[in-house]
Design a protein around this ligand. Structure first.
Ligand code: NDP
Length: 333
């Protein structure tokens, strides 16, 4: 078996030298244990926060130990009567080819054989749930509102766009890539796309795309995106602060938005959230999500790196926009 270890906490943008691949023995399950061969693993921007000695809402990753994250795998040997060989399961033991687990750390995949398993790491997994909670519960988005989504072609953003469209909202998305812009406009079907790399004035570009202002800003990026959203936020607007990927590799604290007073002027609200606090409602989300997929209202793309040794590159690629939709690593058939 093989696993990826973190050798040191990255300084700034992570590099492949921060990681190593390590051979380890495959252990045999004892009573109550299940041996899983991972088939897919997820890399996510939040993992950058754990690659730092600073304590955040999740503890730092340990150095010289296997990293962790969402994964899907197949049971290859079980000493728990609830799991049998061949079962597909999800766990938090990504970044390794095999994992020995007790049942509390294993979950069966929802029963939806018509949907590819890896979708449960993307639009029907943690990123999709994040989109759903942020848009509905935190931003309390209403039909007919204007919604601005940053990192709109990513795993979370692309689901936010589609949930908002399904609600009958006007949706504006931003991305840094023309092909992703094309996908958002022509396949996802949002109303306007801003390529943030093509504009020196994001605030003016957003004002053009949203002449009646923005009711909901779904924040994934931070920096100039947040300032542009604040400039254009409507009275009683809501900003759901899901993430700020543009600051994750900063060595110094980022400067705050210069126009935060707009919250007061516009009686607007800005609220951060962490999806795991809302996990009790995952079954409700997944029921709704599967229906949306089956009705054609929720589609997705994925960018796949093949082989465990590519996991660090896949992770680093998130900060370079290498993914359209969910960034995944395929470990086995
Ligand atoms: P994505 O699939 O959106 O991947 C990241 C994307 O961000 C890239 O593809 C790139 O797209 C864009 N990006 C990267 N660097 C920058 C930058 N400096 N400026 C602008 N855009 C950038 O990732 P996820 O969907 O998994 O995550 C999206 C956000 O949601 C992140 O901020 C993440 O931390 C947050 N999150 C928060 C959760 C919570 O519980 N609060 C849970 C899950 C995610 P492009 O090519 O368009 O630039």
């Amino acid at each position: 078996a093989r696993e990826i270890h973190l050798l040191r906490y990255p300084d700034g943008v992570p590099t492949p030298d921060d990681f190593s691949i390590v051979d380890v023995p495959v252990l045999k399950p004892l009573d109550g244990e299940v041996l899983v061969e991972n088939t897919w693993m997820s890399v996510d921007p939040y993992m950058r926060g754990r690659m730092s000695p600073r304590k955040s809402y999740v503890p730092p990753f340990s150095l010289n130990a296997a990293l962790e994250g969402h994964a899907i795998g197949r049971v290859i040997s079980s000493r728990d009567p609830r799991f049998t060989e061949g079962d597909l399961v999800t766990s938090m033991t990504g970044w390794r080819s095999h994992a020995l687990l007790e049942r509390d750390y294993l979950h069966s995949l929802p029963d939806a054989p018509d949907i590819p398993a890896q979708a449960f790491l993307g639009p029907l997994g943690m990123p999709g749930m994040t989109a759903w909670i942020g848009l509905n519960k935190i931003a309390q988005c209403q039909p007919g509102e204007t919604v601005f989504v940053s990192a709109a072609a990513g795993a979370v953003g692309s689901v936010v766009c589609q949930l908002a469209k399904a609600k009958g909202c006007r949706v504006i998305g931003s991305t840094g890539d023309p092909e992703k812009a094309d996908w958002l406009k022509n396949t996802i079907g949002i109303d306007a796309v801003i390529n943030y790399r093509d504009t020196s004035d994001l605030s003016a570009a957003l004002a053009d795309a949203a002449p009646n202002g923005v009711d909901v800003y779904y924040e994934n990026v931070g920096g100039a995106h947040l300032e542009a959203a604040l400039d254009n936020i409507n009275i009683n607007g809501r900003i759901a602060v899901c993430g700020m990927i543009s600051v994750y590799n900063n060595r110094e604290k980022a400067t705050g938005p210069r126009n935060l007073f707009r919250l007061t002027a516009q009686r607007a609200r800005m609220e951060g959230f962490i999806v795991t606090d809302h996990w009790a409602t995952y079954p409700e989300f997944v029921r709704e999500g599967i229906e949306l997929v089956r009705s054609g209202a929720l589609t997705w793309r994925e960018t796949v790196y093949e082989g465990l040794e590519k996991a660090p590159d896949a992770f680093i690629g998130l900060f370079d926009g290498k993914n359209t939709g969910k960034m995944l690593v395929k470990l086995a058939e």
